[in-house]
Design a protein around this ligand. Structure first.
Ligand code: ADP
Length: 595
């Protein structure tokens, strides 16, 4: 059986070298509708309020129309005119007031929808399988978290409310035109077919063209910045002509993209303007005819004409925001795509029988068909220290990640107390085995909050005990507000050694029985090495430890040493035994000692 077939048989996740998934159009629509549905009552309020505002706005043309009729009939008294003006002013004031509340409501609606989107995204992002984040790199995730979220933000906060408002205004104004005079109103819709065709032509073409345009500019900026930053290298290697050509090609591409978007606009803008110009002309001509036939009054024509001009603003807004929302939809697809990552494990309700971690036939492939581990069997004796040594690229770190349950193996299994690690819920898993790398992050918040991340229910006494265990209590108590001092970016600055101690204190709180130390030696800042070594030893004591050793003296102190070569354990046993056997480890040991 080929390794590929084996990988498939073991239900291994398909290892996709590509980035995170991108959602299709249907998922984007379903998700967006879901967001709108979740905020349905707020949405209804927004639409109703804007409908009221639009209705208040309809009063103006009606009053003016009636005034025209009264003047035409020579029945307009001064009182009538004054009263009309007073009503007109009242209607405008009323409309402004309602608009104020309606706008406020729609902004709150937009903010809520966006907040929900962002929260959903954060939940998804932090819940991503670690193996996926490792594989796709954090760059893609960060770009979706920042660039794409920003692009969607504007449209969700301002665009969605504006689309609703404009649509409501257009519909209500059209209805009002028909109520005023159905016959005259026919002319208003005469401009719509042209508008429809222009829109239908423009909208599907626009997003691709605008995305290409911004991509072309982004490329120019990247090329120019790179050329400036690397100017010395460019000069010394005589790459000037090549760099110039690169930028010139970029400019050509941007020009072509500009020309395409310009072409789109040269159809859209005159097309829309024409339909906006045609509609009032038609209303006037058709209205005059209707008046001459006695089917409408001059006032009614005036009212419908004013309504027609009132449609221009909202229709422009509609087209603009529909256009923007198409571009935002491409970012939305990237945001929702993150949620489509398949989980790499399904937790079962199981309890390990004991604390022994054991791996059998462990295989792992980062890329399908290219195994880097070839059937490793290993059993950790509780409380032992196992050093893993071997040449660079042999698979030591990969084995470490398997034993810590970060990647599910593509073949074989790793169990704790006879339960596969990947069957445990993540929070339970971390109580059994934790991977310690050189990464240590101080989060914005108090020192106590930083520690509580590892164990949310810990009491202050627990926190102090953990700090004490790693020798950090003394300096922590000297902070301005003790463990309640704000640390992290913008707060009290901690030294790298202190940050490392916090990372270790978190481990004490997490209290796993097994620790996998990868790059553990670089965990120790040489300047503070002695103190930190003490802290680290305090954390390690009483636990099973797998230390991926990059310096052999750590191996010498271990209970057993495993030599990993080309994805397999070639030797395993106590240091002295391996040296006596005269195998690979003995060679490594002797050559290291001679250095
Ligand atoms: P070691 O820790 O012994 O230096 P690793 O476990 O880091 O070895 O790597 C084992 C092999 O797997 C190497 O050939 C390495 O190139 C490959 N590898 C490691 N990490 C990845 C990754 N994220 N994606 C693809 N290949 C990887």
């Amino acid at each position: 059986m080929t390794t590929e077939a084996q990988a498939k048989e073991s239900n291994a996740p398909v290892v996709d070298p590509n980035l995170l998934p991108i959602a299709d159009g249907k998922s984007v629509r379903t998700y967006s509708l879901g967001l709108v549905k979740d905020n349905r009552s707020a949405l209804i309020k927004v639409v109703v309020m804007h409908a009221f505002a639009a209705i208040a706005g309809l009063a103006g043309p009606v009053i003016i129309g009636r005034l025209v009729d009264a003047v035409t009939a020579q029945s307009a008294t001064t009182t009538y005119v004054n009263l009309s003006v007073a009503i007109l002013v009242a209607a405008i004031a009323c409309q402004s007031l309602i608009t104020r509340f309606a706008r406020r409501l729609s902004m709150v609606f937009g903010e809520n929808v966006f907040a929900q989107l962002r929260e959903n995204f954060l939940d998804t992002a932090v819940g991503l399988p670690l193996s996926v984040v490792e594989r796709s790199g954090t760059g893609d995730l960060v770009s979706r978290t920042t660039h794409d979220i920003n692009r969607v933000q504007h449209t969700v906060r301002f665009g969605v409310p504006q689309i609703l408002v404009s649509a409501a205004t257009v519909i209500i104004t059209l209805i009002a035109s028909f109520l005023t005079s159905p016959l005259v109103a026919l002319a208003v819709v005469a401009g719509l077919p042209l508008l429809y065709f222009v829109g239908r032509w423009y909208l599907p073409r626009a997003p691709k063209a605008y995305i290409e345009e911004s991509a072309a500019y982004a490329q120019i900026y990247a090329d120019v910045t790179e050329s400036v930053e690397g100017s010395r290298t460019i000069e010394s290697l005589s790459l000037t002509a090549a760099r110039r050509e690169l930028v010139e090609n970029g400019i050509d591409r941007a020009m072509a993209a500009e020309r395409r978007t310009l072409n789109l606009r040269t159809v859209l803008i005159p097309g829309m303007d024409l339909s906006f110009a045609i509609a009032p002309i038609l209303v006037l001509l058709w209205g005059a005819f209707m008046v001459s036939q006695g089917h409408a009054s001059v006032g009614a024509v005036t009212t419908v004409l004013l309504y027609t001009t009132m449609l221009v603003g909202p229709i422009w807004d509609l087209v603009f925001w529909l256009d923007e929302s198409q571009v935002a939809a491409t970012s939305m697809a990237r945001i929702i795509g993150v949620g489509q990552v398949e989980t790499d494990r399904v937790a079962r309700d199981v309890e390990p029988e004991h604390e022994t971690i054991s791996g059998s036939g462990i295989e792992y492939a980062y890329r399908e068909g290219h195994n880097v581990l070839h059937g490793i069997d290993i059993e950790l004796t509780p409380g032992e220290r196992l050093a893993v040594v071997g040449p660079s690229g042999a698979g030591k770190s990969t084995l470490g990640r398997m034993l810590a349950g970060i990647h599910p193996p593509t073949g074989g299994s790793v169990t704790v107390g006879n339960v596969p690690l990947i069957d445990l819920p993540l929070e339970d898993l971390r109580g059994h085995v934790a991977l310690v790398t050189q990464e240590h992050h101080v989060f914005v918040g108090t020192l106590a909050q930083n520690l509580l991340l590892a164990s949310p229910d810990a009491t202050e006494a627990d926190l102090r005990r953990a700090l004490g265990a790693v020798g950090a209590l003394e300096w922590a108590d000297k902070l301005p507000e003790g463990v309640h001092t704000e640390v992290g970016s913008g707060g009290h600055t901690l030294t790298p050694a202190q940050a490392q101690q916090i990372a270790l204190a978190r481990l004490v709180l997490l209290d796993p029985h097994t620790l996998i130390l990868d790059e553990a030696t670089s965990l120790l800042d040489p300047r503070a090495a002695r103190d930190l070594e003490k802290s680290l030893n305090a954390v390690l004591s009483g636990r099973t430890v797998v230390a991926i050793a990059h310096r052999l003296h750590t191996a010498h102190d271990a209970d057993r040493v495993a030599v990993v070569t080309a994805g397999q354990i070639s030797e395993i046993g106590p240091h002295d035994e391996l040296v006596a056997n005269g195998g690979d480890y003995a060679d490594l040991w002797h050559s290291w000692q001679q250095k």
